[in-house]
Design a protein around this ligand. Sequence first.
Ligand code: NAD
Ligand code: UFG
Length: 339
Amino acid sequence: MAIFVTGGAGYIGSHTVIELIKSGYDVVVADNFSNSKREAVKRVKELAGKDFSLYEIDVCNGKALDKIFTIHDIECVIHFAGLKAVGESVKKPLEYYKNNLNSTIALSNTMIRHGVNKIIFSSSATVYCPDNKMPLTEDSLTGGCTNPYGWTKYMCEQILTDVVNAGSGFTAVMLRYFNPIGAHESGKIGEDPQDIPNNIMPYIAQTAVGRREFLKIFGDDYDTADGTGVRDYLHVVDLAEGHVAAVKYAAQSSGGVDIINLGTGNGVSVLELVTAFEDATGVKIPREVVSRRPGDIAICYAATDKAKNLLGWETKKTLKEACADTWRWQKNNPGGYGL
Ligand code: NAD
Ligand code: UFG
């Protein structure tokens, strides 16, 4: 029996494959490398000390999925594959709807055809309405997304909920991630944005290594303690372990939908994050305050009780460890996997 990991060459997928193998699971990975490199999978195999099947396919392609589900005995699917750049989704909405929705539909159809009924879906805190009270619980209002990417996550959650409600015997665990940062402690795998980073941590890391001149802080006039935006940053290895816990949870579930936040429960401001990075690494980050980024909210952090109660999972790694691990990855691989 194996866990089928779509998007397993990507940032979160690659770290999760290692944790799954560490926990004794066999894995099968599919990726079209639209936002990742084969080198990542090579390094995952080295770090895990184990080979596994890798398929270069588009997860929207049902026929290609059929072949994989025929060859392998799949017990559970983790669906990471998706496009994720918020700004790009505003410019290319149809690409985002097509890729993110069609992959989820093709995968669900294939699972039904092959009698596989457990799926863990990569959702996001972005599905919550911008004006909720903090911390965000799984019952906080959703919708009102500010960009097409957010809507694709919202719609995929709905699609999977409807598949469960159709009486298919499905278990769908939707994991709403907050802000994943950090890298494997080996410094061999990490986040490797193909373009100018949208997210703050890779931007800080690329500034530290000299690829960017300075960090632009998007606004210091928010209603927060120091005026900069507050987020819930969790270490990607903790997040990966959250997926292992979700696979175990799904295995004993008799069917249904479970929506679970994965975060630390702590809010950290942009200035606190920059200071933590500087303290952990000894590298100064030049920065400049610029105007707010459209669509950003002031504060976003998770309520974590449900993850603790249902999955027995909570984050273990500190912000300092996440910063040190990010730096080890970036320093050893200044050009990411490409150089
Ligand atoms: P990533 O881009 O590093 O990984 C996604 C992987 O999916 C890439 O390797 C890409 O090549 C692959 N892929 C995309 N479309 C595909 C398709 N049609 N067929 C096959 N492969 C395809 O992103 P990530 O940060 O690892 O995120 C993984 C998932 O988690 C995504 O669905 C993302 O939306 C979600 N998520 C990420 C964050 C975050 O901040 N990183 C936050 C919330 C949710
Ligand atoms: N920020 C900067 N400068 C930058 C980048 C970001 O000051 O160069 C600030 C933002 O204004 C925000 C904070 O840093 O206050 C975090 O921004 P990110 O872009 O790293 O993360 P977001 O919280 O905006 O969004 C991320 C993902 C979304 C996901 C969301 C919730 O990009 O896909 O977390 O999970 F939906």
